[in-house]
Design a protein. Structure first.
Length: 120
């Protein structure tokens, strides 16, 4: 009296991003976003925007980080999420859209030299 049913493959995936605010008022925070498995990059941005309570005049610049350096920026909204592997490290920089009223922000990921870190 048992019935075997195939389990449907999951249609969603989760992606974890570190959000860095450029206003200097908050620490980096991690967010895990659930998006359609075969979705687009715009789905990820939309989910992250909701999770972070992004306001109208803010935006994200998402980067893939490899070996503590920015490997590439994920900027094309229509790109498939399949380009993002599950183990990829993603950082979303949160900043104001109107750059004419605010100073330029430069994003860098690097290790500081040990002697610099120890104040020598």
């Amino acid at each position: 009296m048992y019935l075997s049913l195939p389990l449907p493959s999951t249609m969603m995936r989760t992606t974890t991003l570190t959000v860095v605010s450029t206003d200097g008022n908050s620490q980096p925070s991690q967010y895990t976003i659930t998006v359609p498995k075969h979705g687009r990059f715009e789905d990820l941005i939309q989910g992250l925007s909701v999770a972070c309570s992004l306001v109208v005049n803010e935006t994200f610049l998402v980067a893939e980080i490899y070996n503590i350096c920015i490997l590439r920026y994920l900027e094309e909204p229509s790109d498939s999420l399949s380009l993002i592997r599950y183990q990829d490290q993603l950082v979303a920089y949160r900043f104001i859209k109107d750059v004419e009223q605010f100073p330029l922000v430069v994003f860098m990921h690097q290790l500081m030299e040990e002697q610099y870190m120890h104040g020598k």
